[in-house]
Ligand binder design. Structure first.
Ligand code: KG4
Ligand code: ZN
Length: 341
């Protein structure tokens, strides 16, 4: 069955075509395209929700055509339309949901609402080297930092999460303090590569708390304090120390989660999962502690339609889709992943 996946929760319009096979057989990603709105929001230093929703509306039809063309398929070949139902920006979600639902109704195929984070955390299963269930997942995005135990599709237990800022948010806010633009995660990470370790000192928040909670909001304040000092560290050294601090905390908590659950596979998902330093440090810890780490392909780390189509395929395989004959729909700007079934 051919599944069209549509992602519009924030500032990327992602569309993909995934060919699902019969139960237990792996399917195939036929094509996917992503349009990033970063350039449009840059001038405002963050995502402007109304502009995001309008831009999704403009892109949905041309990007869907493009994906069909690249895959060499026609509209009539589509067997289901999956879309991000939440969490995310209400207007942005509504743009995708309305398009997906209308298209599905016109094609007389099911429409499937998907949890954005479920898409992220199942995306490493799309890779050639895929983990087996059960596994621990670290979700690190602009809006979330969570450790989950994934027992099966739809069964997600929250092990711990951030009490304040998400890791990606800490990256973005610190990058802004350093004048690196928005979203600053990748730029900050690149600057850190040129920085020298240990030239200034930032805290490692909650690293020894013994639990799986995080707190990243204090880091930007600590960065600001260092920047106001009479003898300021160089930006690149500050960037290096910031990245080291975040990475050390994430790696320590992942190690603890593996020890606490006794599981041997860790899946990393979400935009911050693209971070090179995090990957290197996690791989190192895994080799020493005897667990395996899995990442989605780099292009599938940030928001995309492929992960939405793929999550829908797994839900269909698992018999976890409830068709809605009334074609009624809503979006869920706030939606707890652990509440999924
Ligand atoms: O998962 P995602 O695309 O969107 C959300 O659902 O939030 O994650 C975006 C976040 C942003 O905060 C961005 O700065 C961060 O991921 N990010 C990175 C890197 N690439 C993206 N942070 C650190 N290093 C990177 N290489
Ligand atoms: Zn995301």
């Amino acid at each position: 069955m051919l599944i069209l996946g549509i992602e519009t929760s924030c500032d990327e319009t992602g569309i993909a075509l995934y060919e699902a096979k019969a139960a237990r057989l792996p399917g195939r990603l036929l094509a996917h395209v992503v349009h990033s709105q970063v350039a449009m929001h840059e001038a405002y230093g963050g995502v402007v929700p109304e502009l995001a929703a309008r831009d999704h509306l403009r892109r949905l039809v041309p990007l869907s055509r493009q994906v069909l063309e690249r895959a060499g398929r026609r509209l009539a070949d589509i067997g289901a339309v999956a879309y991000t139902e939440g969490p995310g920006l209400a207007g942005a979600l509504l743009a995708g949901a309305a398009f997906a639902r209308s298209l599905a109704q016109s094609l007389k195929v099911p429409a499937i609402g998907i949890h954005h984070l479920e898409g992220h955390l199942l995306s490493p299963l799309l890779g050639a080297r895929a983990p087996q269930l059960p596994f621990v997942a670290l979700l690190v995005s602009g809006g979330h930092t969570q450790l989950m135990r994934v027992t099966q599709v739809g069964s997600y237990e929250l092990l711990g999460e951030t009490l304040d800022d998400a890791a990606g948010e800490a990256f973005d806010k610190t990058a802004q303090l350093l004048g690196l633009g928005y979203p600053g995660g990748p730029a900050l990470s690149m600057l850190a590569e040129t920085g020298r370790p240990g030239r200034c000192k930032l805290p490692r928040p909650m690293i020894a708390s013994g639990d799986l909670e995080f707190s990243f909001s204090g880091l930007k304040t600590a960065v600001l304090t260092l920047m106001k000092k009479e003898i300021r560290p160089e930006k690149k050294d500050l960037a290096r120390e910031f990245v080291d601090a975040v990475v050390e905390v994430l790696v320590a908590k992942c190690g603890l989660a593996m020890a606490k659950t006794g599981l041997t596979q860790l899946v990393v998902a979400g935009g911050v999962g693209a971070n090179k330093q995090l990957r290197a440090a996690l791989n190192d810890r895994a080799a020493r502690a005897g667990f395996e780490v899995f990442y989605p392909a780099a292009e599938l780390c940030t928001d995309n339609g492929a992960m939405i189509a793929f999550a829908a395929a797994l839900r269909i395989q698992a018999g976890k889709i409830t068709p809605d004959p009334n074609h009624a729909f809503s979006v869920r700007p706030r939606w707890d992943l652990a509440a999924l079934g």
